[in-house]
Write a protein that binds this ligand. Structure first.
Ligand code: GTP
Ligand code: MG
Length: 556
C-alpha cells in the first residue's frame, strides 16, 4: 500500500489528488498514515471545485520576482499554493487559503483603459499583473521555475522507451510521461470554475462540472477539457420550508423539447463566452449535434474546451472509469499505452468521424481485463450488486447504480505482468469475433450483436445503445490488422529484448512507430527481418536534432 502524508497548511486543503499513483488519495489523520484509502469520485470533485474557487489565474511579466509577487498577494490573505507555467507568456495559478482573499484582491484590481479599444468591464478571476517600474525588479532571481503542461515530444518518448529495461517498465514510463500532473489537474478545475463565473451571469447557482478524461484517471497531458453546465443544483428544494397547504413554482418559459431548451441555454452561454468571457476565443456553437455543445479555446490555460449541458450520464460514466482506473495499477498503464498506440497509427483522431474513440478503447481494455482468469476487473453488474442504498442512482430512467467506494471492492488475485497483458490484449482483439459478438462490460462477457454495426460496444448505462456505432468496417479492419501486427511484433524475441546499447526500438517503442515505417505485417512475416531499413532511417531521424517529429503523440 502506498501512503503519503501531506502537511495541510490551510483547512479544506486537498490532501491528495487523483491521477498520479504517488498522489493517490490518502486519508492522513495527523501523524497516522498507515491506512491508504481512495477517495470517492464525488468527494474528489467537490474538494477540487472548492479549491478552484479559492484560486486565481494571473498573467505575469516574464521577469517577475517570485518572492515579491507572493508578498504582494499575501496582502489579501495567506496563499496556500502557487505554481507558474508558460503558454504564450508566463502564468501563475495562485490558491489562497480563504475565498475572501479573492474579493479583497478583486477590490484592488483595475479595469484597463486603452485609447484605441474599449474594455468590457467583466470582473473575473483571470488577471493581468503589471510592474509599476519594469526595470527595478530585474535584479535578484529573474526567472521563476515553471511547471510543464504539455505532453512529451515523440522524440523524447522514444528515448525514454528505448532506455527502459523491460516492457513492463516501458508501459509504466509512458504512463508517467503522459498522465495529468497535479498542476494540470488544478488548472483544469480552475478553468471550469472561471467558466462557471461567466455562466453564473445568467444562472446564478449553476455548476460547471468537468467530466471525461480530465477526471476519469485516463487523461493525457494535452487532452481536451470536457465540461457541462449543471442547472439541477438550482432545482434542489429546501424541503423544510415546504410545509403547509401550498407549494410554490417558478413562472418559466416553455419550449417544445428538452433538446430545444438545451440549445437555447447553450446558445446564450456561448454568446456570453464570446462577448465577455476573458480568454475565451474561437467560440463555436455546435447546437445541431447529437449532443449540442459550445466549443472554444481558453487562452491562458491553453485548453480546448467542450461545454455541454445536463450531461449527468457522461459524468456517471467518468465516475465508473475512475473506479476502474483506481482499482488496479495495471489498468491505467495498459489504457495509456493502447491509447498512444491507437493515436500513433491514426486509429483515433481529434476530428469526429468513423474512427474508434478513446472512450471506446478504454471500455475495450476494461472488457479484456474482465475476461482474464482470474479477472483483473469486476463486471459492472457485480459493482452494482455490492452497492449500498446511498449509491443508488437513476438518471433519465436508467439505473446507473454501482458502488462508489473503491475501498469496498475486493482486489484481484490476478498477478499477470503488463508485458503479458499487452501482448494478450492485441492477441485477443486481433482474433475477436467482431462480426458476431458485442462487447459488454456490464456482464463481462461477449454477447450476440443486436444489430449489424461493425463494432458493437454496449453503452454501460443506456444499454440499448452502442458507443461505437460510428466505427466503419474499414476502421475496424485496420484496428484488427494493427492489433495482429502488434501481437506479432511483441512475440518476436528480438524486439522483445531491451537493446539499450544499440538504441533500436524494441517492445512498446516498436509498436508506436508510425505507419509507413516499413512495419506492414506481411512484409515483416515474409522477410522475418527484425528491423527494416526504413525503421533504421526513422531512428536516425529521431537521434538527429531535426525538429521533424513523425508521430503525433499529443492531443487525443
Ligand atoms: P479524450 O479523447 O482524451 O478527450 O477522452 P474522453 O474520455 O474525454 O473522450 P471525449 O472527450 O470524446 O468524451 C468525453 C466523455 O463523453 C467520455 O469520457 C464519455 O464519458 C462520454 N462519451 C464520449 N463518447 C461517447 C459515446 O459515444 N457514447 C457515450 N455514451 N458517451 C460518450
Ligand atoms: Mg475529452
Amino acid at each position: 500500500p502506498r501512503s503519503i502524508s501531506r502537511l495541510l497548511s490551510c483547512p479544506g486543503t486537498i490532501a491528495a489528488s487523483v491521477g498520479n499513483e504517488e498522489q493517490s488519495s490518502v486519508v492522513a489523520e495527523a501523524g497516522i498514515e498507515d491506512k491508504t484509502l481512495q477517495k470517492k469520485f464525488s468527494e474528489v470533485q467537490k474538494e477540487r471545485r472548492e479549491q478552484a474557487q479559492r484560486t486565481v489565474l494571473i498573467h505575469c511579466p516574464n521577469n517577475i520576482n517570485e518572492k515579491k509577487f507572493l508578498k504582494y498577494l499575501s496582502q489579501h490573505g495567506p496563499v496556500n499554493n502557487h505554481f507558474f507555467y508558460e503558454s504564450f507568456g508566463l502564468f501563475a495559478v495562485v490558491e489562497f487559503c480563504q475565498k475572501d482573499s479573492i474579493k479583497s484582491l478583486q477590490n484592488g484590481t483595475h479595469t484597463p483603459t486603452q485609447s484605441t479599444e474599449a474594455a468590457i468591464p467583466f470582473k473575473s478571476r483571470f488577471l493581468n499583473l503589471r510592474l509599476k517600474n519594469p526595470s527595478s525588479q530585474v535584479s535578484g532571481q529573474p526567472f521563476v521555475q515553471t511547471t510543464n503542461q504539455s505532453p512529451p515530444s515523440s522524440k523524447k518518448l522514444f528515448e525514454l522507451l528505448i532506455y527502459a529495461e523491460s516492457i513492463e517498465e516501458q508501459l509504466n514510463t509512458l504512463l508517467k510521461a503522459f498522465q495529468l500532473t497535479e498542476e494540470n489537474i488544478r488548472l483544469r478545475h480552475l478553468t471550469c470554475s472561471l467558466i462557471e463565473d461567466i455562466a453564473a451571469a445568467y444562472f446564478p447557482s449553476c455548476v460547471i462540472r468537468p467530466f471525461g478524461s480530465s477526471v476519469n484517471t485516463f487523461g493525457k497531458l494535452g487532452c481536451d477539457l470536457d465540461m457541462f453546465l449543471d442547472l439541477d443544483e438550482t432545482g434542489k428544494l429546501d424541503v423544510h420550508k415546504n410545509t403547509g397547504n401550498f407549494f410554490m413554482e417558478f413562472q418559466v418559459k416553455n419550449v417544445p423539447s428538452e433538446r430545444i431548451a438545451t440549445q437555447k441555454i447553450l446558445s446564450v452561454i456561448g454568446e456570453c463566452l464570446d462577448n465577455f468571457g476573458p480568454g475565451c476565443v474561437g467560440v463555436q456553437k455546435i447546437l445541431n449535434a447529437r449532443c449540442p455543445l459550445v466549443r472554444f479555446s481558453h487562452q491562458g490555460s491553453g485548453f480546448q474546451c467542450d461545454l455541454t449541458a445536463n450531461n449527468s450520464i457522461a459524468l456517471k460514466s467518468s465516475e465508473l472509469l475512475y473506479i476502474y482506473g483506481s482499482l488496479d495499477s495495471r489498468v491505467r498503464a495498459l489504457v495509456f499505452s493502447v491509447r498512444c498506440w491507437a493515436r500513433a497509427h491514426s486509429l483515433t483522431s481529434s476530428i469526429p468521424g468513423a474512427w474508434i474513440t478513446n472512450f471506446s478503447l478504454t471500455v475495450m481494455v476494461i472488457f479484456f481485463l474482465q475476461r482474464r482468469s482470474p479477472p483483473i476487473l469486476p463486471t459492472l453488474d457485480s459493482l452494482k450488486s455490492i452497492a449500498d442504498a446511498e449509491d443508488r442512482c437513476i438518471l433519465e430512467g436508467n439505473n446507473c447504480t454501482f458502488i462508489q467506494d473503491v475501498n469496498k471492492i475486493q482486489p484481484s488475485g490476478n498477478t499477470e505482468t503488463l508485458e503479458l497483458l499487452i501482448k494478450e490484449f492485441f492477441e485477443y482483439f486481433g482474433n475477436f469475433a467482431f462480426n458476431k459478438n458485442s462487447i459488454n462490460i456490464r456482464q463481462g462477457r461477449e454477447q450476440n450483436k443486436p444489430d449489424s454495426s461493425p463494432l458493437y460496444i454496449q453503452n454501460p448505462f443506456q444499454t440499448s445503445l452502442n458507443i461505437s456505432k460510428n466505427v466503419s468496417q474499414n476502421q475496424l479492419q485496420k484496428f484488427v490488422e494493427l492489433a495482429r501486427d502488434s501481437a506479432w511484433i511483441l512475440e518476436q524475441e528480438d524486439t522483445n529484448q531491451p537493446f539499450s546499447s544499440s538504441r533500436q526500438p524494441w517492445g512498446l517503442a516498436a509498436l508506436l512507430l508510425p505507419p509507413g515505417s516499413g512495419h506492414t505485417s506481411l512484409s515483416r512475416k515474409k522477410k522475418k527481418k527484425p528491423m527494416s531499413e526504413k525503421v533504421k532511417g526513422l531512428l536516425a531521424s529521431i537521434k538527429s536534432n531535426s525538429p521533424d517529429s513523425s508521430t503525433d503523440t499529443s492531443g487525443k
